[in-house]
Design a binder for this molecule. Structure first.
Ligand code: ZN
Length: 134
């Protein structure tokens, strides 16, 4: 089975981190792939996906704070939409993940979760998932 799956995320604000681990896990379980790779792809230019700690909610907050320090809003920006800081954060974090699937499950560390990063919400976003393997 190598079907393309997707789901939507409804974001409420800028710099929102949404844990999508369970949605991706469900797709892996339903794929019947035991050994392979799970690709998670975000088709947006001001939203991204990353793996980070899912136990302490201060971690996403602190990483978000750090991204704001790295990419603040600047008066020198020229992009007319006014969201260049969000575009920069998206390039820093990235649009996709490849996660090993083994024994029918995502190979994630104990403290790892999959996070959807909204840098320019509120918006309705799409997440694509393809599980490749046998
Ligand atoms: Zn823009």
């Amino acid at each position: 089975m190598t079907g393309l799956e997707s789901f939507q995320v409804h974001t409420k604000k800028q710099n929102e981190w949404i844990n999508i681990t369970e949605q991706v896990n469900r797709i892996v379980r339903n794929s019947s792939v035991a050994e392979g790779i799970c690709v998670v792809f975000i088709p947006h230019t001001t939203a991204a996906v990353t793996i980070n700690e899912n136990a302490d909610s201060d971690v996403p907050r602190d990483v978000s704070f750090s991204l704001d320090l790295i990419s603040p809003d600047r008066p020198e920006f020229r992009h007319g939409e006014g969201n260049s800081a969000a575009h920069t954060k998206t390039s820093l974090v990235g649009p996709s993940l490849n996660i090993i699937v083994t024994k029918g499950k995502l190979l994630l560390g104990t403290w790892q979760g999959i996070w959807f990063n909204e840098f320019d919400g509120p918006r309705t976003r799409n997440v694509y998932v393809r599980v490749i393997g046998e």
